[in-house]
Design a protein around this ligand. Structure first.
Ligand code: OOB
Length: 556
C-alpha cells in the first residue's frame, strides 16, 4: 500500500475476503473483463461520440502505454480535473492499469484547490480540458505548474497550448506491472470534517465492492442507461453505482455537462435513459420544469448528497412516475440507500439501510463528544433506538484513515477504527437511517460541501479582516447556503471580499452567499466562536425577512 495510508487490520481484511466482499480484482482488470463480455455494446456516450466497451478498453491500454512512456507508473499521483467527457473514463482506467493514482478534483475547482491537491498529493501530472464552463483550464495549469515543483506533466484534452495534448499520449499497448487488489486505486476529496478537506484513499477491492453492492441495490442490468449529470469525479456519480456501476453490468453511460433540465431531458429522450442520480436542488428543478420531452424511459432516480425532504420527494415521484432512491453517502465510504421495493413512506422519509451486512454503524451520544474528541466517542454510550446520535461507522468500504493526516486521523477515527462521520442520525426499529443534521464544520450547499475553515482561512488573509466565521443559513432550494460573519479592521465591503476570494483562485461555489459585518463574534464558555448562536441569529433574520416579504406580497 502507498505510504501515508492506513490499512484495515489483517484479521479484518481476511474476514472481508473470506466473506467474498473483497475479491482478487482491480478496476483496470475489471474493464478488461467487461470488454470481453460486452464487446461492441455502447459503453460511453457524449454528444456524437459513442465508444463501445472494446473501444474504451483499447483507448485505456494505449493511454496507459503513453503515460508509461512518459515515466508515469505505479504509485504516482495524477490530479485529474476533467468534466464529464469520455476522456475522463479512459484516463481513469489507464491510470488504474498502471497503478498510478488519480486524485479527483471537481470541475468547479480553481487554482487554490488545485494547488492544494497537487501539493498535498505531491502529484507529478495534472490532466485538464482545454476549457470548460467558460474557463480556460490551461491558465489554471500554468499558475499551478509554476508553484508546485513535483508537477512534471500537464496533459490537455483539446488544444494543449504550451502543454502536452492528451491525444499525443498514445502508444502501442505494452505489458506493464499491474497493481494488486489491495493497492490504492484513487483519491477522493473529503467534504471536510474539520480543517482543510483531506484525501481519501480508496483501494481497488474496496471500491469494486462499493460498485457491486450499489449496482445490486439499484437493480442495474445490461439494459441500464445511466445519465451522469453530477461530476463523474465525485463518488456518487463515479461508483454509487454511477459510471462504474453501469459499466459493470454492460449498461451504457451517457455523460452530461450538468443537470440542467434542458440538456438532461433532451438526453433522456434521445438515449432512452433509464437512471440518473441527482442532488436535491436538481431534483426540485426537474420537478418544476415543464417539458414536451418523452421521459417515460426513466425507471429510477437516486437523490442524495444532502437532505431531501419528504414533501419534495413525494412530488418528485408523482411527477416522474419512476422509482426514487434516497442515497446517503460519503467519499469516506458508508452508503445507505432505500431499496427498490421500499414503500413510498420509507423512501420519502428515510435514507434506507447501510448496504453491507458488515457495515458497523453506531449512533453515540452527541453531547459527549461536543469537543470532537475521538477518545470521548470510543467511550460514549450508544443512544436508544429512535434517538439522535453521532454516526460512527466501520466496514468493508469505509476508510481507516485519511492520506498523510495523522492528527486529523486521531480526531476523526476512534482508536478501534470507527470513522466519525460528523453526521447526526437516528435509526428506525428496522435499522434504517434518518439523517438529522451534523456536528462537523461544513456547509452542505445542495450537496456541494464547503469546509468553513477553508473559506475562513482565505478571508483572514485579507488585511482588513480581523475575525471571521462562516456558517450555514437555511435556504428553501439549496437546503443551506453560506454566510460569512466578518469583523473588519477597516471598512471592507462584501463585493471586495468576494473579488478577493476569486483572486485567490477559490471555486465559485465556496464564495459566501451572504455577508454580515459585525463588531465582534460571540464566544462560548471556553472562548471558541459560538457558531451555533451565529447560525441561529442569521436563520432568524432570514426567516423574518421572508415572512415580511410574504406579508408584503399578500397586501399587494
Ligand atoms: C456524498 O458524499 P460527500 O463526500 O460529498 O459528502 C458526504 C456528506 C455526508 O457525511 C453528509 O453530511 C452529507 O454529505 N450527505 C447527506 C446525504 N448524503 C450525503 N446528508 C443528508 N442526506 C443525504 N442523503 O454526498 C455522497 C456520496 C455517495 C452517494 C451519495 C452522496
Amino acid at each position: 500500500m502507498l505510504a501515508g495510508c492506513v490499512e484495515w487490520p489483517d484479521e479484518v481484511a481476511a474476514e472481508y475476503r473470506r466473506k467474498g466482499y473483497w475479491r482478487d480484482e482491480t478496476l483496470g482488470g475489471l474493464l478488461r473483463r467487461w470488454a470481453a463480455e460486452y464487446g461492441q455494446r455502447t459503453a460511453v456516450v457524449r454528444g456524437e461520440v459513442r465508444w463501445s466497451y472494446v473501444e474504451l478498453d483499447r483507448r485505456a491500454d494505449r493511454l496507459a502505454a503513453g503515460f508509461a512512456q512518459r515515466g508515469i507508473g505505479s504509485g504516482d499521483r495524477v490530479v485529474v480535473h476533467l468534466p464529464n467527457i469520455p476522456e475522463f473514463v479512459a484516463v481513469c482506467f489507464a491510470l488504474f492499469r498502471l497503478g498510478a493514482v488519480p486524485v479527483f478534483a471537481l470541475p468547479p475547482h480553481r487554482s487554490a484547490e488545485i494547488r492544494y491537491l497537487c501539493e498535498y498529493s505531491a502529484a507529478i501530472a495534472y490532466v485538464v480540458p482545454e476549457s470548460h464552463a467558460k474557463t480556460d483550464y490551461r491558465l489554471i495549469a500554468a499558475g499551478v505548474v509554476s508553484t508546485v515543483p513535483s508537477l512534471r506533466h500537464v496533459f490537455v484534452v483539446g488544444d494543449p497550448g504550451e502543454f502536452t495534448a492528451l491525444a499525443d499520449v498514445d502508444a502501442e499497448p505494452a505489458a506493464v506491472p499491474e497493481p494488486g487488489p489491495a493497492d490504492v486505486a484513487f483519491f477522493l476529496l473529503s467534504g471536510g470534517t474539520t480543517g482543510l478537506p483531506k484525501l481519501i484513499p480508496r483501494t481497488h477491492r474496496d471500491y469494486a465492492y462499493n460498485v457491486r453492492i450499489t449496482a445490486d441495490n439499484a437493480g442495474l442490468d445490461v439494459d441500464t442507461t445511466y445519465l451522469a449529470v453530477l461530476p463523474a469525479a465525485h463518488n456518487y456519480a463515479l461508483g454509487c453505482p454511477g459510471v462504474l456501476g453501469a459499466l459493470s453490468v454492460g449498461g451504457t453511460v451517457v455523460l452530461a455537462d450538468s443537470g440542467n433540465p434542458d440538456e438532461a431531458f433532451t438526453l433522456i429522450e434521445r438515449e432512452k435513459v433509464t437512471m440518473s442520480a441527482l442532488v436535491p436542488p436538481l431534483a426540485l428543478l426537474w420537478t418544476d420544469t415543464a417539458t414536451e420531452r418523452d421521459l417515460s424511459s426513466l425507471r429510477l432516480v437516486q437523490v442524495g448528497g444532502s437532505r431531501f425532504e419528504a414533501a419534495p420527494a413525494a412530488r418528485f415521484r408523482a411527477r416522474f412516475g419512476c422509482v426514487l432512491q434516497q442515497s446517503f453517502g460519503m467519499a469516506e465510504g458508508l452508503l445507505s440507500q432505500t431499496a427498490l421495493s421500499d414503500s413510498a413512506e420509507v423512501v420519502d422519509s428515510t435514507q434506507g439501510l447501510p448496504l453491507s451486512p458488515d457495515d458497523e454503524v453506531r449512533l453515540v451520544d452527541a453531547d459527549a463528544d461536543a469537543d470532537a474528541d475521538a477518545d470521548a466517542d470510543a467511550d460514549a454510550a450508544d443512544v436508544a433506538v429512535g434517538e439522535v446520535g453521532h454516526l460512527l461507522v466501520r466496514g468493508p468500504y469505509t476508510i481507516r484513515g485519511y492520506y498523510h493526516a495523522p492528527e486529523q486521523n486521531q480526531r476523526d477515527f476512534t482508536p478501534d477504527g470507527f470513522f466519525r462521520t460528523g453526521d447526526l442520525a437516528r435509526r428506525t426499529p428496522e435499522g434504517r437511517l434518518i439523517i438529522e443534521g451534523r456536528v462537523k464544520d461544513v456547509i452542505n450547499r445542495g450537496g456541494e460541501k464547503v469546509a468553513a475553515e477553508e473559506v475562513e482561512g482565505h478571508l483572514l488573509a485579507h488585511e482588513a479582516v480581523r475575525e471571521v466565521a462562516v456558517v450555514a443559513v437555511p435556504d428553501a432550494v439549496m437546503g443551506e447556503r453560506t454566510c460569512a460573519f466578518v469583523v473588519g479592521r477597516a471598512a471592507v465591503g462584501a463585493a471586495e471580499l468576494k473579488e478577493f476570494l476569486r483572486g485567490r483562485g477559490l471555486a465559485a461555489y465556496k464564495l459566501p452567499d451572504r455577508w454580515e459585518q459585525v463588531e465582534s463574534l460571540p464566544r462560548t464558555a471556553v472562548g471558541k466562536i459560538d457558531k451555533a448562536l451565529l447560525r441561529e441569529q442569521v436563520a432568524a433574520k432570514v426567516s423574518r425577512a421572508s415572512a415580511s416579504s410574504r406579508r408584503r406580497r399578500a397586501i399587494r
